[in-house]
Design a protein. Structure first.
Length: 173
């Protein structure tokens, strides 16, 4: 079989040979489970699988943090910047995302950057939802309440898509 040349082959060899990333760091722990890609198609599948694993973790984390780890004192103080509830809640989300970033094999600085970004975005999304809910006096028996709740959840999911995208770009760097 002849020697393959071109971008895909050279990128794969230089990036994944010896389980070391292009940036000189050890490749993602996901490689231990998924194996090293053998060609460009394998590399794409590797990144897709990593992204899906990260998304699954973030989805489960979101359910736990939003529905199981949110006592009344947090729930009822999220709309007040002077009270701890919203900060605690956003912190639980940010810290809970760390395993997703470890799946990608990110370093501490990259993880810290993504955690701070998620903390800020999560806090602001929840704050705006609570503020709007209070202004329009939307209760769980109104369509407005469910539209705000759905919009809040959509923004959180889009945030996860963005965080995964940035994390994958970080492992490329």
């Amino acid at each position: 079989m002849g020697q393959r040349t071109g971008y895909a082959q050279s990128y794969t060899v230089s990036r994944y040979a010896g389980n070391v990333g292009a940036n000189g760091r050890e490749a993602s722990p996901a490689f231990a489970v998924l194996g090293k890609p053998r060609d460009h198609g394998g590399m794409v599948m590797q990144l897709a699988t990593m992204a899906i694993l990260m998304l699954v973790w973030l989805q489960v984390k979101h359910y736990v943090a939003d529905y199981l780890l949110q006592p009344k004192w947090v729930l009822f103080s999220k709309g007040d910047m002077r009270r701890a509830g919203g900060y605690v809640h956003a912190g639980i989300h940010a810290v809970g995302s760390i395993p997703a970033y470890l799946i990608a094999g990110l370093g501490l600085l990259d993880i810290a950057i993504l955690c701070v970004a998620e903390f800020v975005v999560h806090y602001l999304v929840d704050f705006v939802k609570v503020d709007l809910s209070g202004r329009i006096k939307a209760g769980p028996d109104t369509m407005s309440y469910w539209a705000l709740h759905g919009g809040d959840q959509l923004l959180h999911q889009l945030t996860y898509s963005g965080l995964i995208f940035v994390a994958l770009k970080m492992i490329e760097a």
